[in-house]
Design a binder for this molecule. Structure first.
Ligand code: CO
Length: 468
């Protein structure tokens, strides 16, 4: 091969890697000292923001996610920053009014995001329109991610057709988002080859090591012409996270795909994170169980995160013995729901319904509100029709939506502003509140209390009461 085509890497250590392995608990303080070095590598982008990072910052770390973004941007002068965005659901779990989606995109870019990876849990492109348009308008890079899944409907023809639609929508690139690690190496060759010949915009591949095939999948995808792959620095790679950055860099060294990244620099970055990994192992935050190969994901086609959710739901119900029955029920529910991909929030909705179907001893005897919403079309259109009998049993004769779901959601920014006005310290606060109302208010109160404490200690110093 004479032509050289260096593969580019998106580094996930600040987002997906710690989300997948340590429940998204890496703090801003932990990240900042290494950002300048990460910035020198020459990565395609640095993924650092998304639904879970936003939620966990506010909820568990008592940190302002906007502040984190600004601080990272301050130190990452060259490398584009990337975020993950759940289409019309933004970073939350329900469809928002267009005005909130637009405002969120605007503020994300204003605070430092360069690339927005936008996906929809049903691959209903109508749910991505507003976010893509807003991103184009703000001159951000709009990447549309296809939620990768398996099933009769998901033929190469399906994927290439949807890729063409994405290109026509004005997306700047496409990501194959394989959240469960289902894409096998030779299937990656077929898929990437087909997509590369169908569209002109770059193709990126995102996968997880859960099922043990990920680095082989990357190798085949790179050989087939994929432009960018998502990797994580080795201390937080493998298992339910991504393939290791250093390993992929070394693999392609001296080939036409050579990244040109400096292994010594990468080694310094790994040295920084390794003691933290040890700390996480010691505290139990990093569970060695998540580090191995979970072959169940291939058997049941269920993402790793969903498996652990199912375990904890069954534990709460005292029905842990029903685990395998539930695993077998998941694909049946998915089929009833038009063979949708399993990714936030559809993974939670299908998982919870599968648990209920098994625990109640009768399918769809108990039904969640979200199940009803899915079957009423409120989340959008699925690749196959819903099972009509299940739909009838769950929603009766209720009206089924066929328009773009957000057309029925009125603009809501003004109402949200009014609800949280007393806590507002920056424009972005209304967006934190829109996504996670209770969590945001708790955080605002915490922030206020911290300030009062600080003011008090400053006053003490002035009074000479400060300990010397
Ligand atoms: Co991921």
């Amino acid at each position: 091969m004479s032509q050289t085509k260096p593969v580019r890497i998106t580094e996930t250590i600040l987002r997906d890697a710690h989300q997948s392995l340590i429940a998204t608990r890496m703090s801003t303080e932990r990240m900042l000292p290494i950002v300048e070095k990460l910035d020198q590598v020459g990565y395609h982008s640095l993924e650092c923001w998304g639904g879970a990072t936003f939620d966990a910052s506010l909820r568990f770390l008592h940190e302002d996610p906007w502040d984190r973004l600004r601080k990272i941007k301050d130190k990452a002068k060259k490398t584009p920053l990337q975020m993950l965005f759940r289409g019309q659901n933004i970073l939350g779990y329900r469809p928002y009014g267009d005005d909130v989606v637009e405002y969120f995109v605007q503020k994300s870019i204003a605070n430092g995001i360069d690339i927005i990876r936008i996906f929809d849990c049903l691959n209903d492109l109508r749910n991505l329109e507003t976010a893509v348009k807003a991103s184009n308008k703000e001159e951000g890079h709009a990447q549309i991610a296809l939620s990768y899944t398996l099933g009769d409907a998901y033929t190469l023809e399906y994927w290439t057709n949807i890729a063409k639609e994405i290109e026509n929508m004005g997306a700047d690139s496409i990501c194959i988002k394989d959240m469960a690690g289902l894409l096998l190496p030779y299937k990656a060759t077929e898929l990437v080859t087909a997509l590369k010949s169908a569209v002109k915009i770059p193709i990126q591949l995102h996968t997880h090591y859960t099922s043990g095939v990920a680095s082989m999948t990357y190798m085949k995808a790179v050989e087939a012409g994929v432009d960018v792959i998502d990797c994580a620095m080795s201390p937080f790679a493998l298992g339910t996270s991504q393939p290791a950055t250093e390993v992929m860099v070394e693999t392609f060294k001296g080939t036409p795909y050579d990244t040109g990244y400096d292994q010594n620099l990468l080694a310094e970055i790994a040295d920084y994170f390794r003691p933290y990994r040890d700390e996480c192992l010691e505290s139990g935050l990093l569970n060695p169980k998540n580090m191995g190969v979970n072959i169940k994901t291939l058997l049941y086609q269920v993402p790793g995160g969903m498996l652990s959710n199912l375990t904890s739901q069954l534990k709460d119900l005292g029905a842990e013995d029903k685990y395998y029955e539930v695993l077998e029920e998941v694909p049946r529910v998915r089929k009833d729901f038009g063979e949708c991909p399993l990714v936030t929030p559809s993974s939670q909705i299908v998982g919870s319904q599968a648990v209920m179907n098994v625990v109640a001893g009768e399918r769809y005897k108990m039904v969640t509100k979200e199940t009803k919403d899915v079957l009423s079309g409120k989340y959008g259109k699925t690749v196959k029709p819903f099972n009509p009998e299940v739909q009838k049993k769950c929603i009766g004769d209720a009206e089924v939506i066929t328009c773009r779901p957000a057309d029925l959601v009125p603009n809501e920014l003004e109402t949200l502003e009014a609800e949280m006005a007393q806590y507002k310290e920056q424009d972005e606060d209304v967006l934190s509140y829109a996504l996670f109302p209770q969590v945001a208010i708790d955080f605002f109160k915490y922030r206020e209390a911290q300030k009062t404490k600080m003011d008090a200690s400053v006053a003490d110093t002035k009074n000479g009461a400060y300990p010397v």
